[in-house]
Design a protein around this ligand. Structure first.
Ligand code: PEP
Length: 262
């Protein structure tokens, strides 16, 4: 069984759109579908930092949630360019931590990810999506499970079982992100099962049941059903397809139909 009654669809816009007006157009185009099914599908949008405020205003009381794509591990101080979880509290409900693009291009380590997860969770109104996933070389050599196990254990090293209600782990095989090469649902299922087991070993069996686990990596309207219908999957983290209003709206519709039949 999935841990949650509702699916979570997290839309990671990455460093797009480059124009604030286009960001508002996108949220306005997505909103009807995203807000139509809030009892079955929780939609969270993760725009770039400069567009958060404008997107928040459009979302209003729609029930569609807002998230930031990253945060720092300190609450304030001499950290030029960083944004603290405290600054996000109040108008973001979600924060994404440890995305593979940050690990690859900005050198984020498991230890940095762990500090960010702990800092974000110390803000009681924020929930966290921590991303984990193996590189292509690990997948090919059959060492992906060890990589994911290490990332989950390290990322949760400062967490307790009480945190699990506000914690989501996104399994995102790096070779599937932005490549159009989505993971075989069977592989995704096995890794999501592993993630729950590692959560159980790290912060307890109750947390393993309560934590939500997502799949991410080239999800689109044509394949989303094969992930959201997996027993241990609580939803998807979506990059490229979340920038196309029609496609993302269809992803919400398909997911709502799967959860509506449970
Ligand atoms: C992502 O950005 O986390 C992601 C999964 O991207 P895409 O859906 O484009 O593969």
């Amino acid at each position: 069984m999935a841990a949650a009654e509702k699916a979570l669809l997290a839309a990671n816009w990455k460093m797009n759109p480059t124009d604030g007006g286009a960001a508002l157009e996108l949220v306005n185009a997505i909103l009807p579908a995203a807000s139509s099914n809030v009892d079955q599908v929780e939609v969270a949008l993760f725009p770039p930092f400069p567009w958060l405020l404008g997107v928040a205003e459009v979302l209003g009381e729609s029930g569609v949630k807002l998230g930031a794509q990253d945060c720092f591990w300190e609450m304030s101080g001499a950290y030029t360019g960083e944004v603290s979880p405290k600054m996000l509290e109040g108008w973001c409900q979600w924060v994404l931590v440890g995305h593979s693009e940050r690990r690859a291009y900005l050198g984020e380590t498991d230890a940095m990810v762990a500090k960010k997860v702990a800092a974000a969770l110390s803000c009681e109104t924020l929930s966290v999506i921590m991303c984990v996933g193996e590189l292509d070389e690990h997948y090919v050599s059959g060492t992906g499970s060890e990589v994911v196990t290490t990332q989950v254990k390290a990322g949760l090293s400062s967490c307790s079982a009480d945190d699990s209600a506000r914690l989501v782990i996104a399994y995102e095989p790096v070779w599937a992100i932005g490549t159009g090469k989505s993971a075989d649902p069977e592989h995704a299922y096995k890794t999501m099962r592993l993630i729950r087991r590692v959560v159980g070993e790290t912060i307890g069996a109750g947390a393993a049941r309560q934590v939500r686990v997502l799949y991410g990596g080239s999800v689109n309207a044509g394949n989303v059903q094969s992930y959201v219908e997996l027993p241990l999957c609580d939803g998807c983290l979506i990059g490229g397809a979340s920038l196309k209003a029609d496609e993302f709206s269809e992803i919400v519709r398909v997911t709502g139909a799967v959860y509506g039949h449970r």
